[in-house]
Design a protein around this ligand. Structure first.
Ligand SMILES: Cc1cc2nc3c(=O)[nH]c(=O)nc-3n(C[C@H](O)[C@H](O)[C@H](O)COP(=O)(O)O)c2cc1C
Ligand code: SF4
Length: 502
């Protein structure tokens, strides 16, 4: 080995330190574990701190979740947020709150929990994980989003409510050329277990990327579920082919609602350019077709695998995206018709409370539910060697995940988190999470100043964008929005150029 190391040409350190340099590889492999078990402090650990993971694990296991001796957070740190409680707490907060989804254009409304399992495909997750999550959803009365990889037999086995997500690859409802197949869609969407359908436009961890499942991972089962050839690379294009303008997207959504037998239909996206959000609103106003829901995913969201640049630097974080979407819906008078979901590192009752106070109607969580069924944040999801059997197709590794045991844990985590939400709701002096408002949450600007969100950010009044858009902070983006194009309107003078000329 020493001679080979000396003459090989690929590795620099190995050429100078034959044999000994192999220890580096060993430590690279052990690095996540050494960091997690030995070095990491309670508030460290990324994307989720040890404290966050421990909370989910404790709730899932039904163990001790009380925290002794006071907060370890630095409450003087800029960005620290808290909920403003009341002198008069509510006595009987709603413990299992639900939200009705579906406007007057849909005939099969759905009553959703305020915490649900966010989209994760069969392919990204193994069959045991899908089963555990779905069985947990059945036990706990919440929904399970299929992710864009189609409806697998494992989604159907335990009868938990499903939201069927349709991505740009139209997996499970596609023709051989990758285009949308209405007949296959109808077949899946009319299943009783499918309660809503969702068009995926983007996700926070890799907006505008699409994706590719390498041929090696496209097993016979995955191929059958997705309706693609087995053992060949399986591509999700960057964008949709079934529509190319906001108006066409509304028409497509209306077709989906009709083909599903009148079930709620929505979109999921990570917000990017602001005028596009307003273009979607204008398309709803122009066509009279109203989406039943919109889910905003934050840039901080997770994925099985994504380019680092896209995860780190593309897409709007949840807080900004959520407030923008809330303002777009309220400002156009559409908020009563279109429910607003949110996802992005939600793992606790406080996270749900904050999102709802800022405009969301409910939350979805992906990674927190992964923790609840055993994930330890080893971050090997893309390698197929997940040590807990969550994100692997390897049957030997999946043996680690016992469906019945982990299903109960997912359900218990859900229930206890909603009870924690109820504690915050009661402390705020209201009975139901829907009564939380921006003034219930504060954020610290610097060590001496903090503001409640109603003072920190603009929250539009109903119809403000219709009545006086020029008086809002969104004037420029509203003006640039076009119901017939995702591109900004070109026929208007550029506001920045105008002011330069003036
Ligand atoms: C393993 C994994 C697979 C995912 N697959 C999908 C997917 O198929 N479709 C989608 O819209 N989002 C997908 N996501 C994103 C999540 O649905 C969610 O939007 C994001 O992770 C934010 O939630 P979290 O912060 O609670 O994890 C995936 C996330 C993970 C971790
Ligand atoms: S335990 Fe598995 S699912 Fe969790 S982060 Fe590690 S590889 Fe991914």
């Amino acid at each position: 080995m020493g001679v080979y190391d000396l003459i090989q040409r690929r590795w620099t350190v190995t050429r100078n330190y034959p044999v000994a340099a192999h220890l580096r590889w060993l430590f690279f492999d052990l690095r996540p574990y050494l960091r997690q078990y030995i070095v990491e402090g309670d508030l460290e650990g990324k994307p989720y701190s040890y404290e966050a993971r421990s909370l989910v694990h404790a709730r899932a296991l039904g163990g001790e979740e009380a925290h002794p001796f006071g907060t370890e957070l630095d409450v003087l740190q800029p960005g620290y947020r808290w909920a403003n409680h009341s002198i008069a707490p509510a006595e009987n907060p709603e413990k299992e709150p639900r939200i009705e989804i579906g406007n007057d254009q849909c005939s099969q409304h759905y009553s959703a929990s305020l915490l649900n399992i966010s989209a994760m495909s069969f392919g990204a997750l193994g069959s045991h994980a899908i089963q555990a999550l779905n069985k947990g959803a059945k036990q706990g009365g919440f929904f399970h989003d299929t992710g864009e990889g189609g409806i697998s037999p494992y989604h159907l086995k335990h009868g938990g409510d499903l939201v069927w997500e349709i991505g740009s690859g139209y997996f499970g409802c596609r023709n051989d050329d990758g285009s949308f197949d209405p007949e296959l869609f109808k077949e899946g969407a009319t299943r009783e277990q499918v309660r809503m359908t969702e068009i995926k436009l983007s996700q926070g961890a890799k907006p505008g990327h699409g994706g590719m499942l390498p041929g090696a991972k496209v097993t016979e089962e995955i191929a059958k579920t997705r309706k693609v050839p087995a053992h060949e690379d399986c591509l999700s294009p960057r964008g949709h082919t079934a529509f190319s303008t906001p108006v066409e997207m509304m028409e497509f959504a209306a077709r989906m609602r009709e083909m599903s037998g009148g079930k709620p239909v929505g979109i999921k996206l990570c917000v990017g350019q602001m005028h596009e959000v307003f273009a979607v609103m204008k398309a709803m106003l122009k066509t009279g077709i109203h989406l039943d829901f919109i889910v905003v995913d934050g840039a901080e969201g997770g994925t099985g695998a994504a380019p680092l640049e896209l995860s780190n630097h593309v897409g709007m974080p949840l807080r900004e995206g959520l407030i923008l979407m809330r303002n777009a819906l309220v400002g156009t008078g559409l908020k009563d018709k279109v429910r607003l979901g949110s996802s992005g590192k939600v793992f606790s009752g406080y996270g749900i409370a904050e999102n709802i106070a800022l405009g969301a109607d409910w939350c979805n969580a992906a990674r927190a539910f992964m923790f609840s069924i055993g994930c330890i944040q080893a971050q090997r999801c893309h390698t197929g060697t997940c040590p807990t059997g969550v994100t692997t197709q390897d049957p030997i590794r999946q043996r680690a995940l016992v469906v019945d045991v982990q299903a109960e844990r997912a359900a218990r985590f859900h229930k206890k988190t909603l009870h924690a939400l109820a504690d915050i709701v009661a402390a705020a002096g209201v009975e139901h999470p829907r009564d939380l408002r921006p003034h219930h949450i504060s954020i610290r600007d610097n060590p001496t100043d903090a503001r409640s969100f109603d003072a920190a950010k603009a929250f539009l009044q109903p119809n403000e964008l219709l009545d006086a858009p020029e008086d809002t902070i969104y004037a420029r983006h509203w003006q640039a929005a076009d119901a017939d194009s995702f591109k900004p309107r070109q026929d208007l003078p550029h506001p920045e150029k105008e002011s330069e000329e003036a």
